[in-house]
Design a protein around this ligand. Structure first.
Ligand code: PMP
Length: 410
């Protein structure tokens, strides 16, 4: 049974009080972006009200306060993800930026005949940068296939791996289906042939607390906006040895040690990858968001979200012709609180539009994962995704709304 005081938690989120189309908002699009608690909003207001300044270069008080808070937040992120060093945490603008930074860096490390492996469950942001990398380097892209349960077929992964494999990219959790991928095994097998692994943690960070050292992962990326933080900021974790090997992504201020027109030398980690004025406030707020989530506790969060998942799944399966894509929900081991579904031949967009009229926010479409939709031969799905501030009463309203929508559209 739940250990969370959900009604108390809901008071932290001002947006949950608003109405949409005259109805209380029921926000079930958490996999796209999460909502922000007042503890984080307060940090943002405090930053712009009291110590907004450029960092790492001012002698004045505001600049030093902002620099301290920004670097303290980096240490919070390091501790949260259990990275060995704080300089292994690179601030980015989000998951997409982190992936592109690594993909761009590998341009100089790959050659023709090298191979890259991605999974069939990827978000477009974890497909397109690697295709571009292959175009630049002549390397080949291979794909770990999936089965109809929305799980990767690991025996096929074994046959793809060989000594030409240089990189493996896989998301920790699929945003389209909620599948939790066996990244421990994927990492171990990649390392056995000498390949590096980048894990896209955009969907895992809100639900789990991944341990960089225990996973022994080479790169891990995520976005703060999925974890109760603001948009426009995220992090790339990279093992020191890899971050030293990769060339800088962008040139500019902050990332240099010395510059002349003859030769420029780069700054040490992490600054080598942090050109220009960063999202200072965003970084500080990212740290505050992790504080907020950790105060609630990830174990309690995962257990409660799994309760919501099982509660909703059981009711939805009662609806005639409703099909859920992805793994069966079974004890939070293989799936997070994402339900991707269709009802008969009704277009997902039509269901989403009617639900919106009732104040219920879901996502519809291909979820930036067209290859998954092609696999199932569907144009898209309706996706309801839950976070720890959702309630069973909201799910009841959503199910009633869904039934009404299906009746109208049949
Ligand atoms: N990968 C996955 C699995 C995602 O869910 C998302 C966000 N939908 C991204 C990457 C991209 O994240 P962002 O847009 O924050 O860069």
């Amino acid at each position: 049974k739940t250990m969370l005081d959900v009604q108390k938690i809901r008071k932290d989120f001002p947006i949950l009080n608003r109405k949409v189309n005259g109805k209380p908002l029921i926000y079930l699009d958490n996999a796209a972006t999460s909502q922000t608690p007042k503890q984080v909003i307060d940090v943002i207001v405090d930053y712009y009200s009291n110590y907004n300044a450029n960092i790492h270069r001012g002698v004045h008080a505001l600049s030093q306060e902002a620099t301290d808070a920004y670097e303290q937040a980096r240490i919070k992120i390091q501790k949260h993800f259990n990275a060995k060093h704080s300089y292994e945490i690179i601030y980015t603008s989000g998951t997409t930026h982190g992936i592109n930074l690594v993909a761009s860096g590998f341009s100089s490390l790959l050659k023709k005949d090298d191979e890259i492996i991605v999974s069939a469950l990827e978000h477009h942001s974890n497909i397109v940068p690697w295709q571009m990398l292959c175009e630049r380097t002549g390397a080949t892209l291979k794909v770990i296939p999936m089965n109809t349960n929305g799980e990767l077929i690991l025996s096929e992964y074994d046959t793809l791996l060989n000594t030409n494999t240089k990189l493996v990219f896989v998301n920790h959790i699929s945003n389209a289906l909620g599948t939790i991928n066996p990244i421990e095994t994927i990492i171990e097998k990649a390392h056995a042939v000498g390949a590096a692994v980048l894990v896209d943690g955009a969907q895992s960070c809100p639900h789990l607390k991944p341990d960089m050292q225990a996973l022994d992962v080479d790169f891990y990326v995520c976005s703060a906006h999925k974890i109760c933080g603001p948009t426009g900021v995220g992090m790339l974790y990279g093992k020191e040895e890899w971050l030293k090997k990769l060339p800088p992504y962008q040139g500019g201020g902050e990332m240099i040690s010395e510059v002349s027109f003859e030769k420029t030398s780069y700054a040490d980690l992490p600054h080598k990858f942090e050109a220009g004025t960063p999202n200072v406030c965003g970084g500080i707020a990212f740290g505050a968001a992790l504080d907020y989530m950790n105060a609630i506790g990830f174990e309690a969060i995962a257990a409660y979200e799994n309760e919501l998942l099982e509660y909703a799944t059981a009711q939805m399966l009662q609806i005639e012709d409703l099909k859920i894509y992805g793994p069966e929900a079974s004890g939070a081991k293989n799936k997070t609180s994402v339900i991707s579904f269709n009802v008969g031949n009704i277009h997902p967009y039509d269901i989403g539009t009617i639900l919106d009229k009732m104040g219920i926010a879901v996502r519809t479409g291909h979820h930036c994962a067209q290859p998954i939709m092609d696999f199932y031969k569907i144009p898209g799905t309706v996706r309801a995704s839950f976070m720890f501030y959702n309630t069973k009463e909201e799910i009841d309203t959503f199910i009633a709304g869904l039934k009404k929508a299906v009746l109208m559209l049949s």
